[in-house]
Design a protein around this ligand. Sequence first.
Ligand SMILES: [Zn+2]
Length: 101
Amino acid sequence: MRREQIFARDDYQCVYCGERFEPAALTVDHVQPRMRGGDRSGGNLVTACGGCNARKGGLRLSQFLRDDPVARQHFFARAAPYVWPRILRAVAEELEQLSRK
Ligand SMILES: [Zn+2]
C-alpha cells in the first residue's frame, strides 16, 4: 500500500497517540519490522506521527507499548480491524512475556 492510502485508511490519525495530523507530519510504521520478516502490506503498516515514531525509536513495538499505556490502548483499539491477526497476536504475546520479567 502507498503511504497516502495508509494515512487515509487511518483518517490521518496516529495509531499510538490518536491525534490527527497533516500528512507531512505523519510516517508509516511497520508493526513487524522488515528485518524480522514484516512485509509492506496494509496489514503490517500503521500511521504514526513523527513524535511517536521518534519516541519509539529503535525499540521493539512490544517494548514501546509496555512502557506507554496510552499508546498501548490506542494501538490495540485502532489497529485491530486491519492489522493481520497473527501479527497482533505476536505483539500481545511479546507484551505478556515482557510483563512477566
Ligand atoms: Zn502519535
